[in-house]
Design a protein around this ligand. Structure first.
Ligand code: NAP
Ligand code: G4F
Length: 346
């Protein structure tokens, strides 16, 4: 039985990856950080599974990282732990660098200094945010980076330190450069989930208005379930390598809103430009407005990836299309809210 450690198991990807690896008959060791409130909601459904283990740990704490690796002796380590919110990284840059950049280094150092250096395969959760102010369209493994936030700069460090440890110490260390991927388990402050939740609440009369930032930003949005499969495939190759994982199509935030509204049968009428853009429902109520609060000091305007290398080497391509992704997210939020709301009313 193969053993895997997932740093960041309580996050969106960590929970889907744990589901995926358990189905592949792995013994899965998830690392969760201490929190004063429950942070295991996304893994509650596998909590009691035979081959699933949860350990306390934090990527800012090198001695625990080392102890866990030496204790568990994993075949594979997935580093998904991060302060992963780009806008928040401008507010807490040092903490972001500590988790995102130094967190990766701490895990790599623990692998290097253990006697398992030749056995362990390491996956680093890289990001399309590293392309930032894009130097090429579409972005590939060869496109130069131009990071535009403390988060993205930290991911660039993590990317290169992974390559450095691969070359210097012959560790099987790989980077996935993943474009945005979403799901019903997406954190509620990322734009897609913020939209699916808010519009569902508006439809049910539980919220009046949605406030957003830059409606014109474009992202290459895929489904997290498809993307965790790519993470695993990257570690199953004969040689360690780096891969772009993307869908090859992008859409604006406004398009995401339009499609979500369509699935909820809300007819939107847009008015105004830029920060003054507003959207009204069929009754003439203003239900969407822009706020400077959600603009970033430096924005990434557009991202679009090419996953030709992943298709060729990993035989990977996304199965879930943009329309299906939006529909699943909106349906999930709407149905859950409706169930809870009706329960409360009783
Ligand atoms: P997420 O939902 O924000 O999950 C991040 C995970 O990291 C959570 O389990 C979080 O714990 C944990 N974490 C945060 N700080 C930690 C620390 N100091 N020590 C240990 N764990 C810590 O992110 P995601 O969307 O699943 O993304 C997974 C990884 O892929 C991240 O590294 C992200 O930067 C990267 N990535 C994501 C995307 C995307 O579109 N989703 C694209 C490219 C790259 P809590 O639950 O306690 O907060
Ligand atoms: O959903 P977002 O916050 O995701 P962002 O910044 O693209 O980062 C996500 O994807 C990266 C991969 O490229 C990951 F590495 C990272 O960890 C994270 O998962 O914002 C998407 C776009 C941005 O351009 C933002 O300015 O939506 C725009 N936006 C407009 N209004 C908003 C909002 N973003 C958020 N979070 N909230 C808004 O109200």
């Amino acid at each position: 039985m193969k053993k895997a450690i997932i740093f960041g198991v309580t996050g969106q990807d960590g929970s889907y990856l744990a589901d995926f690896l358990l189905k592949k008959k792995y013994s899965v060791h998830g690392i969760k950080r201490k929190s004063s409130s429950f942070n295991t909601e996304r893994v509650n459904h596998i909590f009691e599974k035979k081959n699933f283990y949860l350990h306390y740990g934090d990527v800012t704490d090198s001695s625990t990282v080392q102890n866990l690796i030496n204790l568990i002796k994993p075949d594979e380590i997935y580093n998904l732990a991060a302060q992963s919110h780009v806008a928040v990284s401008f507010k807490i840059p040092e903490y972001t660098a500590n988790t995102v950049a130094l967190g990766s280094l701490r895990i790599l150092e623990a692998i290097r200094s253990s006697n398992l250096r030749k056995k362990i395969k390491f996956y680093q959760a890289g990001s399309s945010e590293m392309f930032g102010k894009v130097q090429q369209i579409p972005q590939t493994e060869k496109t130069p980076f131009y990071p535009r936030s403390p988060y993205a700069v930290s991911k660039v460090f993590a990317h290169w330190i992974t390559i450095n440890y691969r070359e210097a110490y012959k560790i099987f260390a790989c980077n996935g450069i993943l474009f945005n991927h979403e799901s019903p388990r997406r954190g509620e402050t990322f734009v897609t989930r913020k939209i699916s939740l808010a519009l569902s609440k508006i439809k049910l009369g539980l919220q009046r208005k949605l406030l957003v930032g830059n409606l014109n930003a474009k992202r290459d949005w895929g489904h997290a379930k498809d993307y965790v499969e790519a993470q695993w495939l990257i570690l199953q190759q004969k040689k360690p390598n780096d891969y772009v994982i993307s869908t090859g199509e992008n859409h604006s935030v406004k398009e995401f809103i339009d499609l979500s509204a369509k699935f909820l049968n809300i007819k939107l009428r847009w008015k105004g430009k830029g920060i003054k853009t507003k959207a009204y429902d069929q009754k003439g109520n203003c239900i969407i407005e822009c706020s400077k609060k959600y603009y970033r000091p430096t924005e990434v305007d557009t991202l679009l990836g090419s996953s030709l290398k992943a298709k060729k080497d990993l035989n990977w391509k996304p199965k879930i299309k943009f329309n299906q992704l939006v529909k699943e997210m909106v349906n999930s939020d709407y149905m859950n809210l409706k169930k809870n709301y009706v329960k409360k009313k009783r």
